[in-house]
Design a protein around this ligand. Structure first.
Ligand code: SF4
Length: 420
């Protein structure tokens, strides 16, 4: 196994994008914001960012003691517990996961463990919400550190989306809606349960980075245009790959009068983009792709579609975390592959395929700062709670939200690629 990102950061903080990441996450968990490593452009929606709290005793435990506690609790709880680890989670935590995957794979993987009373999701807040929506009512879902949010998901809050929706409905009021709705809301999986419910209520749907084009096809069969949130890059990259001209994909800004666009632009639009982005994937640049090609002639470059469009255009391929994993699995010994996604996943692939040269396009080590907040201390504390009969940091989506959100998720599951 290669050196983990956590070891790199704590051993040589100067090599990381922010030396403060060498601190335990409890140091910044109580401070509003996304913590060290987050993009400087991140707006901090104070009511959305959730505080985390770890008892001091766990903050002071040695790594050995924390790991011994996690192992003991896992053994005691047996099949009553399932631990899920996202591809972007640090190795120190992922080693305990029963399943490793992307957010939707993991929520579904949990369903294959019907005896599990508790699902511990080592990912971020929206992932635990999705798991709770899909889980059986009697199952508990735990997010070990409540401060593990997702800055992108928080960039689209329910009030702003509702406000934008009302403006659009007013603008499109004169359109004939008998055959096609004026606009279909599409939310990326990386969004709150409240926004998934909004889509469920308004004839909309959820998408992942694996099925975004299938979902947009589904939406265009039912509407003239799509309102896509929160990630502008996934929306733009997917629309472009489907042949939608860039000028028909304007951004809407709920904070600006008229959504920041002239009415004709909104009337002509095919894909209305929300101005959200992922702090991790927005770091990748065309210059990095060019540098990789200069340093490694013959390198294959694959990036995640949350990267800006010029980066996706400059790469050889783009795809979801699972597509990246399959791309590497299909490569040959001796191949050189540069990857534009979160560094924990890249390092894990490099360790899994030592006969290939696999590296992250971004030379500065920078993990997803929110996911990084799931320190082994939080995992030990929540598992110890379960052994003692206490469910700590449970994520519960209210029934009325879960019901509508499930409608949008079920539409996604039923959507099929054209011709399938
Ligand atoms: S990698 Fe980006 S989109 Fe994924 S959880 Fe982290 S901030 Fe959110």
């Amino acid at each position: 196994m290669s050196t983990s990102v956590h070891e790199t950061i704590t051993a040589a903080p100067a090599a990381s994008c922010d030396a403060e990441l060498a601190e335990g996450p409890w140091v910044f968990d109580l401070v509003p914001g996304y913590g060290p490593g987050a993009s400087e452009d991140d707006v901090i929606p104070t009511p959305v960012v959730r505080p985390g709290q770890l008892p001091v005793a766990y903050q002071q435990m040695s790594d050995d003691e924390l790991h011994a506690r996690i192992r003991a609790a896992k053994e005691t709880l047996g099949d009553r517990l399932v631990i899920l680890g996202h591809f972007y989670q640090r190795d120190e935590v992922v080693q305990y996961a029963d399943f490793v995957g992307d957010s939707f794979q993991l929520a579904n993987a949990a369903l294959t463990k019907p005896d599990a009373e508790t699902i511990v999701f080592c990912g971020v807040h929206f992932m635990a919400e999705t798991a709770d929506i899909l889980a059986r009512p009697e199952q508990h879902v735990i997010l070990p550190n409540l401060a593990a949010g997702c800055s992108m998901a928080d960039m689209a809050d329910e009030d702003s989306v509702e406000a934008a929706w009302e403006e659009l409905m007013e603008l499109y009021a004169d359109e004939d809606q008998s055959e096609l709705a004026s606009v279909i809301p599409v939310t990326y999986m990386n969004s709150s349960a409240a926004l998934k419910a909004f889509c469920g209520r308004h004839g909309g749907i959820v998408c992942t980075s694996s099925n975004a084009s299938t979902v947009l096809e589904w939406a265009f069969e039912r509407g003239r245009r799509v309102l896509f949130f929160p990630d502008q890059h996934l929306g733009r990259n997917t629309g472009k790959a489907m042949g939608v001209p860039e000028e028909l994909m304007p951004m809407v800004n709920a904070r600006k009068p008229g959504l920041g666009q002239d009415p004709q632009t909104l009337l002509d639009a095919k894909v209305l983009l929300w101005p959200g982005f992922c702090s991790v994937h927005k770091r990748f640049t065309v210059a990095q792709v060019e540098q990789a090609r200069a340093d490694h002639p013959g390198v294959k470059v694959i990036v995640h579609p949350e990267c800006p469009m010029p980066v996706v255009d400059a790469a050889d391929a783009s795809g979801s975390t699972d597509a990246i994993r399959r791309f590497v699995a299909a490569s040959s010994p001796g191949d050189v592959i540069a990857i534009g996604t979160e560094v924990n996943m890249v390092n894990r692939l490099a360790a899994e395929y030592p006969d290939r040269t696999i590296f992250c396009l971004d030379p500065v080590v920078c993990p997803c700062s929110t996911m990084y907040r799931i320190h082994p201390g939080y995992l030990a504390w929540t598992l110890d709670g379960l052994v003692e009969g206490e469910v700590r940091n449970e994520i519960v989506v209210p029934d009325e939200i879960a019901t509508d959100a499930k409608i949008a998720l079920d539409r996604m599951l039923a959507a099929r690629p054209k011709g399938a």
